[in-house]
Design a protein around this ligand. Sequence first.
Ligand SMILES: Cc1ncc(COP(=O)(O)O)c(C=O)c1O
Length: 387
Amino acid sequence: MIDWSKKGFATRVIHAGQEPDPLTGAVNVPVYLTSTYAQEEIGKNKGYDYSRAGNPTRDALETSLAALEGGTSSHVFGSGMAAITALITMLRTGDHVICGENVYGGTTRMFNEIATRYGIEFTYVDTSDAENVRRALRPQTKLVHIETPTNPLMTLTDIRAVAEVCHEHEVEMSVDNTFMSPYFQRPIEYGADIVMHSTTKFLNGHSDGLGGVLVGTKPEHQERFSFVQKCTGGILSPFECYLVLRGVKTLAVRMKQHDENGRKVAEFLEKHPKVLQVHYPGLETHPQHELAKRQMSGFGSMLAFDVSSPENANDLLKAVRVCTLGESLGGVETLISHPATMTHAATGAKMRKKLGITDGLVRISVGIEDIDDLLGDLEQALGAMGG
Ligand SMILES: Cc1ncc(COP(=O)(O)O)c(C=O)c1O
């Protein structure tokens, strides 16, 4: 048996968890569309008894994702939100969580509207300064949850600095790594205890299925999250596990192209006279460019830019032809959106102002199309503004 964890990333995405099927030699992991398994006698089976508790296609994906993030286990769920919900089941009434103030809106909605009903308390801080995390600590603090870079302004948190604060106080740290994927950023290497992803995005990469994962580093994560899968049932279906397994095989090549295109789009926009500001960690003008170079091995393809007014933003979004106006991110196709009325509508005008999300801000998840077609499309759409 080869230890894939010792191999390079581009090898791991193809082989870890995805070895040829021992029964037939099939080079792709079979999709085990079964709810139950024939048993040999009472208490004797082949390691599986019911698909909520375990399924070989799911096992393959979980092995793969643990290997990619450098964790010891991983558990997949029906969506990113189902994974975050599973994370919160680690907590009890009276526990306290410190959370980045600009994490995905669905995360704060779940925390505020559901988890608080069970007596879990949340404090939201700007985690780009680890001292804010230290100041928010309470004796009851059990978890610090962050996203880096944040959506859509691409603000970074120094994972190592926050992990140090957490470990001094025996608090667990979870990182939503959806924006970077393990190709560019591996939070466990900087001290994070748990990594979370919406696999819906770059890991799947083809915008054809939802999913979520929690990658753990301790035996108790393995025990807890497999128990949560069995008890609450929010698991990822075998077919969708297969879609992620298939997507992951090209993660390395896709991310390289996303990054190359992302840099070119950011540079193009930064020079454009109709663009006020570009938020992209790969630009030298990004205030945390040095941290980005240290913590990430690439800058990815998420960026936001300001076109001064909501009217300009609407003109631009109506005019794009190669880019698709829509929510979500991380697919091979370029998706463009308006945070103030789409992803961050529920954040409210006051909080958007505090975070710096202006009404003229446009977000792009740069895809892997031909770069000249993308730049040409943006050029003509910027030209349509104010028309
Ligand atoms: C950073 C981040 N985390 C979590 C989620 C939630 O994932 P899902 O839509 O798969 O439930 C999203 C969705 O957009 C996201 O962008």
